[in-house]
Design a protein around this ligand. Structure first.
Ligand code: MRU
Length: 357
């Protein structure tokens, strides 16, 4: 299956037992097996989001949108009243705290509950359609910007470093940062991609490398700790990453390890690009300090494949994300274009500040 067909999140009107289900590519099983999980209950969906069966800010947003429909179907089967339905939808909204897309998408779909399931599904479908279109637009804008701004691109294809997985698996399809890379590859302008393995759950080594391999895009998987050295040795022309939340001042939360890449890019004088749809831009959050960073279980860093690797006495510190100051982001690409972020400015042209300032 190529990336054009890859859909991490789809709605199935009648899965096993005739129940409606959310069909998710099980990202915990990749790259070894490509299998789907049919989720039919709110508990099942929350478990899938927490275990990263479905992951990546726009993909969990899409899952949240359809999650409202899933909750309605369960309410119908189990005779929930409206208060119970609202409480279950709120649980979906809070399943992971950092990516704002989950909250934005649930909040967008929820007001349609009163109009019935078809209206709710139409809204969730629209989220998916718009995300796909946004990714295509970002890909083109990001590629154009890099080919114009990176001097090396005038002479040879580019060497791009990326972190985590921002591809079709993390979105409604195509991808954000990986969408820019795909677009560059389609134009014949990729020499190689350095895919950071992305500890501790290996979204880079397992998922990004799998997506790149599917399309024959040349790449290396490297340890996260190799990234700064690869950049400072001059082996990278630009870094492109996605985002889980971009605050009003341009501070960007993304997979843990991102800020170190941004610092290395600044030191080396190469672009650090963030590609994210406007659904990831949260003007109600003034700065990175106000972004809730998910702390995940200690076992993810103390064990390897279920076997304890750290001494029994060690504690694990496992923040899933970090915040890159907006001043380190050379360019923010959204579906509206590319914004070169200057510290203190609103990052997206045309979006207004809800505080009215
Ligand atoms: O914990 P994950 O795998 O959900 O983290 C995902 C990331 O940090 C991605 O870089 C981000 O969501 C952008 S996805 C287009």
């Amino acid at each position: 299956m190529n990336s054009q067909e890859l859909r991490a999140v789809t709605w199935t009107a009648a899965a096993e037992g005739g129940r409606p289900a959310l069909s998710l590519i099980d990202q915990t099983a990749l790259p070894h097996t490509l299998e789907r999980l049919a989720v039919t209950t709110v508990d099942g969906l929350i478990d899938a989001i927490v275990r990263l069966v479905v992951r990546g800010a726009p993909a969990i947003g899409a899952a949240g949108g359809y999650g409202v429909a899933l909750a309605m179907a369960q309410a119908e089967r189990e005779g929930w009243d409206r208060a119970r339905l609202d409480a279950e939808v709120a649980r979906i909204r809070e399943a992971r705290p950092t990516a704002v897309n989950l909250m934005v998408c649930v909040d967008r779909v929820k007001p349609r509950i009163g109009e019935g399931l078809p209206a709710v599904l139409a809204e969730a479908d629209a989220i998916v359609r718009e995300d796909l279109a946004a990714n295509r637009a970002m890909g083109a804008y990001g590629a154009d910007w890099l080919l114009k701004r990176v001097a090396a691109a005038q002479e040879r294809p580019l060497r791009i470093l990326t972190h985590c997985n921002t591809g079709a698996l993390a979105t409604a399809g195509w991808g954000t940062a990986l969408g820019v890379i795909r677009e560059l590859h389609a134009r014949g302008r990729i020499e190689t991609v350095y895919a950071d393995e992305t500890r501790p759950l290996l979204q880079g080594a397992r998922l990004t490398a799998w997506e790149l391999a599917q399309e024959g895009i040349p790449h290396y998987v490297q340890a996260d700790g190799a990234a700064a050295g690869t950049i400072l040795r001059g082996e990278v022309d630009a870094a492109i990453v996605g985002a889980d939340r971009v605050a009003a001042n341009g501070d960007t939360a993304n997979k843990v390890g991102t800020v170190g890449i941004a610092l290395a890019c600044a030191y080396a004088g190469i672009p650090f690009m963030v590609a994210a749809p406007t659904t990831t831009v949260d003007l109600a959050t003034p700065s990175g300090d106000a972004i809730h960073i998910e702390l995940r279980g200690e076992a993810e860093v103390l064990e390897w494949a279920g076997v304890r690797t750290a001494p029994a006495a060690s504690r694990g510190h496992n923040p899933a994300f970090d915040v890159t100051p907006g001043s380190l982001v050379t360019a923010l690409v959204t579906e509206r274009g590319v914004r070169e972020v200057a510290a203190g400015e609103l990052p997206v042209p045309g979006l207004s500040d809800p505080s009215g300032e």
